[in-house]
Design a protein. Structure first.
Length: 364
């Protein structure tokens, strides 16, 4: 299990008069691109699952989560930790902590221990018995809201592009997605894609769509890899935790059609690294087994869409055949379904001999 042995002390911010100016300042300091998020818990509930969803929403993820048992809180809190580590987020401010249940407060402390972030807990009363009991044996210090909850501006040399609330829904046609449905690639495969190249403008749009489309890191990471590596389904299914660099900068794919070099290492572009890191952290936080497959969910999700359906939800697809010519004055027709090239080419004879003779045991 991944933990931080010495997280920074908690800042307990006292705002006994519940000054709206302080609350607005804390919300204005929310800036995930610079490692800061502020969470205003959903009013009217002290559910720990609701608090986890509030944190995921602050990270820009869609909630509620799908595919898990309704009352199971572990997946949501694990995904919070994975995304916080991957982005990375270094500071979390939680407002109205005097209204949280002891269990919710304990989950916040566990999140701090798993990620090592700086946690600021804002109490809008003179005192809170639950807070005092929870922090009794935890390293923390008191701070005044007037001095702490102020707008902060980093001296960054370059401001990152703002992420729109609703990314553009125009289709992005990516040649690198052409071989996705092939059984495997070879020199004889008509679906073999050219060397992947994604423009900076498309990189920005793909990143926005993947962040906004799912909170499941392994699903976003799998599609991101298909976009930058022109990988097939079998190649993606064979990637293990050990095949990715710790910092997410390189990824090794297994290609059984190459008899002498079955391992192909790709340099992961910067825009895709966060998704691969989040997928890896999910495994580290859950099982810590480097032999696990990277693009599977160790939390046991059961109802996610196929990768091609997810790609279409993100408005990503391979280049399509030219549209049929419309007759003049013809009634408008719905757009045709997306064409995903699919073929099962026969690998070269030497590759078949290599793979089926037992020499491919290194892939296991």
């Amino acid at each position: 299990m991944l933990t931080c042995p010495h997280p920074p002390p908690i800042t307990l911010v006292m705002d006994p008069h519940d000054d709206v100016t302080h609350t607005r300042a804390a919300l204005a300091a929310h800036d995930p691109a610079h490692g800061r998020i502020t969470v205003h818990p959903t009013p009217g509930t002290n559910s720990t699952l609701a608090l986890a969803y509030d944190i995921l929403a602050a990270l820009g993820k869609p909630v509620p989560l799908t595919g898990y048992r309704t009352l199971d809180t572990q997946p949501a809190w694990t995904l919070c930790a994975a995304w916080i580590l991957a982005l990375p987020i270094t500071s979390l401010t939680v407002l109205r902590t005097h209204l949280l249940s002891p269990r919710a407060l304990t989950e916040l402390l566990t999140l701090r221990t798993r990620t090592g972030l700086h946690l600021a807990m804002v109490c809008h009363k003179h005192h809170s018995t639950a807070l005092e009991r929870t922090l009794r044996h935890t390293d923390h210090f008191l701070a005044d809201a007037e001095a702490t909850l102020s707008l902060r501006k980093d001296n960054d040399t370059e401001e990152p592009p703002a992420t729109p609330a609703h990314p553009s829904q125009h289709w992005i046609n990516l040649p690198s997605l052409t071989p996705l449905n092939c059984a495997y690639t070879s020199n004889h495969c008509a679906c073999r894609a050219p060397a992947p190249h994604v423009s900076r403008h498309d990189q920005r749009r793909i990143t926005q769509r993947l962040h906004a489309a799912t909170a499941h890191p392994h699903l976003a990471a799998k599609l991101a890899t298909a976009c930058f590596a022109a990988a097939t389904m079998p190649q993606l299914s064979g990637v293990r935790i050990a095949d990715i660099a710790i910092d997410g900068t390189t990824l090794t794919l297994h290609d059984r059609t190459q008899p002498y070099d079955p391992y192909v290492t790709h340099r992961v572009p910067h825009w895709a690294q966060v998704f691969l890191r989040a997928a890896a952290y999910t495994h580290y936080l859950t099982t810590a087994r480097r032999s696990d497959f990277l693009f599977t969910d160790p939390l046991g999700c059961t109802s996610l869409p196929p990768l091609t359906d997810f790609a279409e939800d993100c408005r990503l697809r391979p280049p399509q055949p030219p549209p049929a010519k419309r007759r003049k004055n013809a009634r408008p027709t719905p757009p045709p379904p997306t064409v995903w090239p699919r073929c099962t080419p026969t690998p070269p004879a030497d590759a078949r001999r290599w793979f089926f003779s037992g020499s491919a045991s290194g892939l296991q």
